[in-house]
Design a binder for this molecule. Structure first.
Ligand SMILES: CSC[C@H]1O[C@@H](n2cnc3c(O)ncnc32)[C@H](O)[C@@H]1O
Ligand code: ZN
Length: 439
């Protein structure tokens, strides 16, 4: 008797990123109705499974689809517009003026399409998104077949999207209602940062998140200046202020979290909060080095994020895994800090848990959604391969991604996006926006 499934993937290695931290050789993953049905040795699959389609990945490692714990997808259209500036000059002199001139429904749709293509091609199947015009972002992610947690953004100044905090919340919640129940989307409440959102707006965020059972997604303790300014304006550090306003809890995801002392870390741990670590963005804006080893030791869940393309300038989680591992070693003066296995977990399972999707994605286990990424380790520049997890972090890059599935649907095959949207369309649209933005 054989079991009928939709898809059987035979891989040289399967790394489920499960509790056992196993690396399974010559295993198969069976997919049915968009979910992982079974993970079993190939010789068993040959006799027990009959698949509508079989994919042979002879030299490949199959891992969970990568999860980008923090991004602003549409900022792909602002890639390279303002390099080599620290955060506040970057925001105030370049990014916010550009956004106030150009951000629109069309900008967000086109920018998100470009970003989703880049992420999917690089093995990223889900992102945690914070930007303006969430309907336009949802339309783009839906067209690309990419999973996302979309932020109901709140910021206490006007932009082309909304006039004030009430307007942001109303528009964001309307978008949430329109897309509720969509298989690719969840919503979070996303106050921008402690220095741009008032106490009154933050209190509304806390009560809405509790009422709607949403995660909260927020930049916090990104720079030394942010902490100093909070002390001067509010008499307390940003995290203490957020705690007193009721924002901290297991659903709170703090982004960056660079300038934290032992007390801040203990506060985050006490409330069961999660972190989105964005090492490239933190380096490029010279924000600093997040104390990842101390935060791990305190039991915090830490996912990896790229931030947007204007501060990174790629949406590449292979790069973030490598940077996270190397930077933590330099910061700790200890080569054993943040080994390859931890970096891979931060880009998959821990990121999924941090953004509230831990029960559904982030590992290769029966019952989880079939969001998968295959990486070809067969090239001469990948040899020899003693440990595929080491290679994923220290050798391979997104150019080795050969196949990507979201909910069991192929999004990348043979390194090529499988969408009714070709590269030339994406490039032409980006070029049109470049002309507008430069004029
Ligand atoms: C409210 S939508 C997002 C808002 O955040 C800006 N942004 C992008 N990257 C960062 C960062 O690292 N710190 C703070 N703010 C950032 C983005 O340009 C939008 O205005
Ligand atoms: Zn950001």
């Amino acid at each position: 008797m054989t079991e009928a499934v939709d898809l059987l993937i035979n891989a040289r290695w399967v790394v489920p990123v499960d509790d056992a931290e196993s690396v399974l050789e010559h295993h198969a993953v069976a997919v049915c109705d968009g979910r992982i049905h079974a993970v079993l040795p190939q010789h068993e699959a040959r006799t027990s499974i009959s698949a509508r389609r079989t994919v042979e990945l002879r030299d490949h490692v199959l891992i969970p689809g990568l999860v980008n714990a923090h991004t602003h997808a549409a900022m792909a259209l602002l890639r390279g517009i303002a390099d080599d500036l620290p955060l506040m000059r970057w925001l105030q002199e370049a990014i916010w003026p550009a956004e106030s001139r150009h951000v629109s429904d069309a900008f967000v749709r086109d920018g998100t399409l470009l970003a989703a293509a880049e992420m999917l091609r690089g093995g990223v199947t889900t992102c945690n998104e914070m930007y303006f015009f969430p309907d336009a972002a949802a339309q783009a992610f839906e067209r690309m077949g990419m999973r996302a947690v979309l932020g109901v953004t709140v910021i206490d100044f006007p932009t082309p999207y909304a006039a004030d905090a009430d307007d942001y919340l109303r528009k964001g919640l309307e978008a949430r209602d329109r897309w509720r129940g969509h298989p690719l989307f969840e919503f979070s409440i996303a106050p921008h940062a402690p220095y741009t959102v008032s106490d009154a707006s933050l209190e509304r965020v806390a009560s809405l998140a509790a009422e709607l059972d949403c995660t909260i997604h927020m930049h916090v303790h990104e720079t030394a200046h942010e902490v100093e300014e909070s002390l001067a304006r509010h008499g307390v550090r940003p995290l203490a202020r957020l705690a007193s306003l009721g924002l901290l809890g297991p659903g709170f995801l703090g982004v960056h979290v660079v300038h934290v002392d032992d007390h801040d870390i203990a506060l985050l741990a006490h409330h069961g909060c999660s972190i989105a670590h964005c090492p490239t963005s933190n380096m490029k804006l010279a924000s600093g080095i997040a104390p990842i080893a101390a935060m791990h030791e305190a039991g915090l869940r830490i996912g990896l994020g790229t931030d947007g393309s204007a501060s990174n300038n790629r949406l590449d989680l292979f790069e973030e895994m490598r940077q996270a591992a190397l930077l933590a070693k330099v910061a700790g003066g200890d080569a054993s800090v943040l080994p390859a296995r931890s970096a891979l977990r931060m880009a998959t399972r821990d990121a999924a848990e941090a953004i509230g999707l831990g029960g559904r994605i982030g590992t290769i286990e029966p019952g989880k959604l079939a969001d998968l990424c295959a990486v070809d380790l067969g090239g001469a520049d990948m040899q020899p391969c003693y440990d595929p997890v080491s290679h994923l972090v220290y050798v391979a890059g997104r150019q080795q991604v050969s196949h990507v599935w979201v909910g069991g649907e192929a999004r990348v095959e043979g390194g090529v996006l499988q969408l009714h949207l070709d590269n030339s369309e994406l490039i032409a649209t980006a070029s049109l926006w470049q002309t507008r933005i430069e004029s």
